[in-house]
Design a protein around this ligand. Structure first.
Ligand code: MTE
Ligand code: MO
Length: 529
């Protein structure tokens, strides 16, 4: 029955075009939202707002899984995931719009409300204007869907240009769809352009920074702190290779010329309000310090060693009249806040106990790279990054651990988290197949602020044997080590353990990264040919 066949093909075409209408509506919504976000605030755009809100609500274990699986691509994967979900919803709304025109359009508006709520509830929300990108985008997308589905459901009866064919306005649909696609693409491009120009002042202010010579330079790295062994980490991690872990879907672009740091709170006799110049005029220190992420698995990559320049935090705090708890000060927690709403809590006692806690402005001889916190971040030797290393810092509040839980603590991570002693085998890599004979085993070990006194290697169930330690630059950096192994053919497990400066041997007890850092020993399995 040709008539029926034609009818169902016809339905299929209309259904397909309904889906296309949904996708075009979503595309238009995102394009318009990008333009408005370019004017209001790039972070208030729906994809970033919903992505950020998703990160805020991600349980610790899932966040760790994402970091483990996607590494620094975790943010890209999240955004792709959001776009995929959005695409599926758009198709569904397009089909709904075919059945019931207003329902499709209202559906698009509801998603706009979701984006707006997400933007409002982010910790760095800019307030009411942040709802504009999502709402404007949804209004555009909803109207477009209404128009397009109108073309598809137009009066029954043959359209003027297609005698005998479908009861919808083919030419009208195609014209509207093509115009909408072109306009949305242009809007998206314009939005991107606006967002990029937002970052220009930050980049220009960074290019203009001249780092002053530190009043207290770093002690030269001892000869022999690095090892010339292929595959082993360099002593200094380049800025390029330095790991990056943060919740920022777009890197905050802070103009150093407008940057201010406020220091206030409990026990602060004289609150401070500093500019970037004020900070550079202080007596700066330069130190080699190894940074580690609490999400680093045993043997993992989220650790790096850099030469930092910054203003000692202890001096600033004392100038403001702060005393540590051990000297009767009322505040035991220092909360740093970043421009993107991150909050990080650090024990006041730790940053005032004589260690080189600083507000860093330089990393390996350059101003901080934007993604590592330009213009200013905190660095505290011995503590995991989430309790110490606030990037894009703009506010320091003295308070108590009882009174306030910062971002990650509210998500089940520990209030206090000193770095655990760890050693990592860099070479040979897992499943390597070296030839029998002398095989060099080498890697890094760290126990910031306690230092590394000993590294030992075990082959299979054999005795622990001392590795050769590279020169120690100081207790706050990692220490390289190597060991010459007379390897015999077969499958072998190499295990490493370190002993810190306090004489404590790295535990064999495995611990998950949540709540206060991974524990256990790194091993690699290899086959000697
Ligand atoms: N503003 C801000 N600062 C932050 C974070 C963040 O998400 N936002 N992450 C912290 C964490 S968990 C770590 S491990 C370090 C990582 O610093 P890096 O990216 O420069 O290596 O930054 C810390 N500072
Ligand atoms: Mo971290």
């Amino acid at each position: 029955m040709p008539h029926v066949k034609k009818f169902s093909k016809e339905r299929l075409t209309r259904g397909g075009l309904g889906a296309v209408s949904g996708l075009l509506a979503a595309f238009a919504a995102l394009g318009v939202a990008e333009v408005v976000a370019g004017v209001v605030r790039p972070q208030a755009g729906p994809v970033l707002a919903v992505g950020g809100a998703a990160i805020d609500r991600t349980p610790a274990a899932v966040k760790d899984w994402a970091i483990r699986s996607f590494g620094s691509d975790d943010k890209l994967m999240l955004q792709l995931g959001i776009l995929l979900v959005l695409g599926a919803l758009a198709v569904a709304l397009g089909l709904l719009g075919l059945r019931h025109r207003p329902a499709g359009a209202i559906g698009v508006l509801l998603f706009g409300v979701v984006g707006a709520v997400a933007a409002l509830t982010r910790p760095d929300t800019g307030g009411v204007p942040d709802v504009l990108p999502s709402l404007a985008g949804a209004a555009a997308g909803g109207s477009l869907l209404y128009v397009l589905t109108g073309r598809l459901t137009l009066a029954s009866g043959p359209a003027p240009d297609t005698a005998g064919a479908p009861g919808w306005d083919r030419r009208g649909f195609l014209t509207a769809a093509a115009a909408a696609a072109a306009a949305s693409t242009a809007a998206g491009a314009l939005g991107r352009g606006l967002a990029a120009s937002n970052g220009k002042e930050a980049a220009a202010s960074r290019a203009a920074v001249v780092l002053p010579a530190p009043a207290s330079p770093a002690t030269p790295v001892p000869r022999g702190a690095a090892l010339r062994i292929p595959g082993v980490s360099p002593f200094v991690t380049s800025n390029q290779d330095f790991y990056r872990v943060d919740t920022a879907l777009v890197v905050p672009k802070v103009d150093a010329d407008r940057w201010r740091l406020r220091l206030h709170g409990k026990g602060v006799a004289a609150p401070l309000d500093l500019t970037f110049r004020d900070l550079l005029r202080r007596e700066l220190i330069e130190r080699d310090i190894t940074l580690t992420c609490v999400s680093n698995e045993v043997g993992g990559p989220y650790v790096g060693n850099a030469r930092w320049i910054g203003a000692p935090l202890d001096d600033l705090l004392r100038e403001a009249g702060v005393r540590p708890p051990s000297q009767g000060g009322p505040a035991d927690q220092l909360v740093s806040r970043s421009v993107d709403g991150m909050t990080i809590g650090t024990p006041v006692e730790d940053v005032m106990d004589g260690r080189d806690a600083m507000l860093a402005v330089g990393m390996n001889g350059e101003p901080l790279p934007l993604e590592h916190g330009f213009p200013v971040r905190m660095v505290v030797p011995g503590l995991y990054g989430y309790v110490s290393a606030c990037k894009w810092i703009q506010d320091i509040e003295l308070t108590t651990f009882d009174a306030y839980d910062p971002y990650w603590v509210r998500r089940n991570w520990a209030r206090e988290a000193p770095v655990k002693t760890q050693a990592r085998i860099d070479t040979p890599k897992p499943f390597a197949r070296p030839k029998a004979g002398t095989v060099t085993v080498a890697g890094v070990a760290w126990a910031q602020h306690r230092g590394i006194d000993r590294v030992e290697i075990q082959v299979d169930d054999g005795p622990w044997q001392d590795a050769d330690l590279a020169a120690q630059a100081g207790p706050d950096t990692w220490r390289l080590w190597s060991w010459s192994w007379k390897a015999i053919p077969g499958s072998h497990t190499l295990t490493v353990r370190a002993t810190d400066g306090a004489g404590r041997v790295q535990t064999a007890d495995r611990a998950r990264t949540v709540p206060d850092g991974a524990g256990g020993r790194h091993s690699v399995v290899i086959t000697v040919d």
